[in-house]
Structures are given as structure tokens and as C-alpha cells.
Design a protein. Structure first.
Length: 151
């Protein structure tokens, strides 16, 4: 059982690292002068539409990702065996990060394609929300209510 817990913690840490490396790679490409930077900077309607979509995406994905996980934890994960709970915990942790990655990546892309400051702020909001999802063994044990005595 301890081995499974360690494996799930390792997988969640890797997924969290990938979550942070994706926007960093977009930012690195944009700052190093990729050819697509500012490609649509002069399309006012397109900028307005893209900014609006990124704002709406952020406004939807951030609260949904944080609340959905706690709801799934209470309604589904707490009611199954520990083996299945660990698998579900890993799956929904990745889903939560994927929901947060949407506004982050879209915000970074719109920022560099259209040079829009509003979209990078939305990406920073989603990145800040990801700090509530820091993985760790203590967090996993707390959320799944696993004590060392139970194993």
C-alpha cells in the first residue's frame, strides 16, 4: 500500500511539474523572438474576442477545477476502496491541472500572438490558483483520510 501511495504522489508531482513547464516553454519561445509573436497585434476585433474568451475561460475553469475536485473527493473517492481511491485521486488531480492549464496556455498564447496584457493576467490568475493544488504525500493522506495506523 505504501508503494502505491508513493507512486501516486510521484505521478501527481510529475504532472504538476509538467503543468508549470508548459507555460514556461511558451514564455521562453515568445521571449526568444519566435516568429509568431505579435502576429495578430493589429486586429482590434480579434484581440477583443480573444481577450473576452480568455477571461471567460479563466472565470469558468479556475473555480470549477478547485471545487470539482473537492466535490469528486466527497462524492466518489471517499466511498470506494483505497486502491480505487488512489487511482481516482490521481485521475482527478490530473483533470484539475488540465482545467487550470487551459486558461494558462490560452492566456500565454493570446499574449504573444496579440500582445494583450489582459490575457497574461488571466494566465497568472490560473497559475496562482494552481498553488492550491500543490501535490504531496501529506496532502494525499489528509484528503483521502489515510493514517499510517490504517495500513
Amino acid at each position: 500500500m505504501e508503494e502505491q501511495i508513493k507512486r501516486v504522489v510521484t505521478c501527481t508531482k510529475i504532472s504538476y511539474l509538467v503543468f508549470w513547464l508548459l507555460p514556461l516553454s511558451v514564455v521562453a519561445a515568445g521571449e526568444l523572438g519566435a516568429g509568431w509573436v505579435g502576429l495578430y497585434a493589429e486586429h482590434a476585433r480579434g484581440i477583443y474576442l480573444a481577450e473576452t474568451l480568455v477571461i471567460l475561460l479563466t472565470a469558468c475553469c479556475v473555480p470549477v477545477s478547485l471545487k470539482l475536485f473537492s466535490w469528486i473527493l466527497a462524492k466518489k473517492i471517499d466511498k470506494v476502496s483505497i486502491d480505487k481511491a488512489l487511482r481516482l485521486y490521481l485521475r482527478w488531480s490530473i483533470v484539475r491541472l488540465a482545467l487550470l492549464a487551459l486558461p494558462v496556455l490560452c492566456g500565454c498564447a493570446v499574449y504573444y500572438l496579440m500582445l494583450s496584457n489582459k490575457s497574461i493576467l488571466c494566465a497568472l490568475i490560473a497559475l496562482t490558483a494552481s498553488l492550491f493544488c500543490l501535490p504531496g504525500e501529506g496532502r494525499l493522506r489528509g484528503e483521502l483520510r489515510i493514517n499510517n495506523d490504517d495500513l
